[in-house]
Write a protein that binds this ligand. Structure first.
Ligand code: ATP
Ligand code: MG
Length: 574
């Protein structure tokens, strides 16, 4: 029940009604199904014993209905009715299937959209502490399984329960005692079986999920780290680990597949035995030819009930295995994001002006779950339009400082102001002013042009693009390429040199015409001449924008207006 509630909570609101609609339409199919089964009794009766339908008068005015019809006509009409009902049932099933398929399609697309959007809007820290393989598995694995296994089954399971009870009613109506006996035997048997495998199902469900994540993580890191694998001849080592994970994962699937048909086989044997017992009952106690129609209906219902029983049980098993899927998605869909950016997108933000300075007021930062403070008591003011050079030994906290400055991470103490506005209260407006060339450059597997304009395909400005190419010293390189700016860079820029990648990142930063330009070791892959040339171009932007330059190269900071050093968790003016 808990899992049903959670399933409903995960399902986007607009689909909840559809699920109920599916349920009621399926109910119609069930009614037709029951009718087609219930018709067997009168049909067989007419065939065997034409006058045996008298008992129907109990339910409605049957005699009036058939008065004036010959026995043959009754048979023909009866069979025709049977056919019509089956025909209606098939039409209803086809329509229902189309509706259901569409429903699952829309649910899947919508859920993927919601979750992807949620992850994209999570804070940078969230992404630091969550492995991408888990997030990818959630988006592309668990949602699919949720729709295919959980939703699909819930849509069916209620119907099967209803159908089961209706059939049971028919059976009980015909033979109370024997039916009760048979059903209780089945239930006892299944409960016994269930308790036997319950723990296993819980365990397999969790393991399956873990192994899926691990499998993706391992494949991903082996392939992205292929260069190091090759250098250190570790292909075999990584292959072994992956195969080990895949084997364990498939072993679970294998075991589930082993036990899946077990209830069916066991129930079939049980049914055969029961038919035998019942046949003995029927033949012994009554005139067999008279009770044949009843016997036929009884077993038609019984045989129809059997697969439902088995299906119910298997679906139950699948849901049990799917508990971790629902749990995970429930956590993900109901989790409150730790940044307010999404909300900010929906409200009209105040215009944020940067005319005076950026002020750090007693700022400190510590990574969550880590005791060590990285930066503390930073009280600084950076004036608009200046070029600020920042140096410091490796690991001292330069990148952390820039991340704070850009609002990627929030101070654990103190505040950062742009003029008089707290940047973290208006982080969207703030980020619009900034271009940040990070230490680990990132390129999408697309053309050079698309890497520079980065998501503005339709309305890009070619003058701005040309200017950014010039400033970042890319003109000659691109001019020499047969496809020019339309050249594909490869995954993470693998078809380019380190310096070319870096210059494309610089061009991306400049294309935005930022008010604040931040370089984190952004020229360290370039030769001295190119580096100088780019830096002097950048310095020409003085006055138009405020520049932060983090570098290990002291020569580059010579012309900066102000110089700072990051040391002992502080930032000192030098
Ligand atoms: N996510 C994290 N969790 C915990 N500690 C971290 C995390 N990221 C960085 N650190 C630590 O914070 C300190 C400062 O890191 P930072 O990247 O700011 O250094 P840096 O000055 O930019 O160094 P480099 O010159 O090598 O780029 C380092 O000691 C680093 O180990
Ligand atoms: Mg750094």
């Amino acid at each position: 029940m808990e899992i049903l509630k959670k399933t409903f909570q995960i399902l986007p609101k607009e689909f909840r009604f559809s699920l109920i609609l599916i349920f009621f339409s399926s109910l119609l199919v069930v009614v037709l199904e029951i009718f087609s089964i219930a018709l067997i009794l009168p049909l067989v009766t007419v065939l065997v014993n034409p006058s045996g339908l008298g008992f129907l008068n109990k339910y409605f005015d049957f005699e009036k209905l058939i008065s004036g019809l010959s026995q043959n006509e009754i048979i023909i009409y009866g069979i025709s009715l049977f056919l019509i009902i089956i025909f209606c049932k098939i039409i209803a099933l086809i329509l229902l299937n189309i509706y259901k398929t569409n429903f699952y399609f829309h649910v899947k697309v919508k859920m993927t959209k919601i979750l992807f959007n949620k992850y994209l809007n999570e804070s940078y820290l969230f992404h630091i502490y969550n492995n991408t393989s888990v997030l990818i598995t959630n988006i592309h694995g668990e949602i699919g399984l949720f729709v295919k296994k959980i939703l699909n089954i819930f849509a069916e399971i209620f119907l099967d329960v209803i159908l089961f009870f209706l059939l049971l009613a028919i059976l009980l109506n015909i033979r109370l005692f024997e039916t009760l006996l048979a059903i209780s035997l089945f239930i006892i048997f299944l409960l016994f079986y269930y308790f036997l495998i319950k723990k296993r199902l819980d365990f397999w469900g969790k393991e399956r999920q873990k192994k899926d994540r691990l499998r993706l993580k391992h494949t991903q890191q082996s392939l992205t780290g292929i260069k190091d694998l090759k250098i250190y001849l570790k292909e075999k080592f990584f292959e072994k680990i992956l195969i080990n994970i895949v084997e364990k994962r498939e072993n679970i699937a294998k075991k589930v597949a082993y036990i899946a048909p077990l209830p069916r086989y066991l129930l079939e044997v049980g049914t055969a035995a029961l038919i035998l017992i019942f046949a003995i009952f029927f033949t012994r106690t009554e005139n067999f030819s008279q009770s044949l129609p009843e016997f036929a209906l009884y077993f038609a219902s019984f045989l129809r009930m059997l697969p439902i029983f088995v299906k119910l049980f298997n679906n139950f098993q699948t849901i049990k295995l799917g508990v971790p899927i629902v749990e995970t998605l429930h956590t993900e869909f109901t989790r409150k994001s730790d940044v307010g950016e999404k909300e900010q997108k929906n409200i009209k933000t105040n215009q944020m002006n940067f005319t005076k300075s950026i002020k750090f007021q007693n700022v400190g930062f510590r990574y969550p779950n880590k005791d060590a403070t990285i930066l503390k008591n930073i009280d600084l003011e950076f004036n608009q339009g200046k070029i600020i050079g920042i140096v410091g030994s490796t690991g001292s906290g330069k990148t952390t400082f820039l991340n704070l400055l850009t609002g990627l991470i929030q101070p654990t103490e103190g505040k950062i102001f742009c003029d008089l506005i707290d940047i973290n209260q208006q982080s969207l407006e703030w980020k619009k002013k900034i271009s940040y060339v990070t230490q680990k450059t990132f390129l999408i597997d697309d053309t050079i042009k698309n890497n520079i304009i980065f998501g503005e395909a339709e309305q890009f400005n070619s003058a701005k693009l040309d200017n950014s190419l010039k400033l970042s010293n890319l003109e000659k390189f691109i001019g020499d390429l047969p496809k020019g700016i339309e050249t594909i860079v490869g995954e993470s820029g693998t078809q380019l040199s380190g310096g070319q990648i870096q210059r494309i990142s610089i061009a991306r930063a400049l294309y935005n015409s930022p008010e604040i330009l931040i370089f984190d070791e952004a020229t360290n892959s370039l030769d001295e001449k190119t580096e100088k040339s780019i830096i002097s171009e950048i310095f020409n932007l003085k006055g138009k924008c405020t520049i932060f330059l983090v570098t290990h190269n002291k020569n580059l900071t010579v012309n900066c207006d102000e110089k700072y050093s990051v040391e002992n968790k502080n930032i000192i003016k030098i």
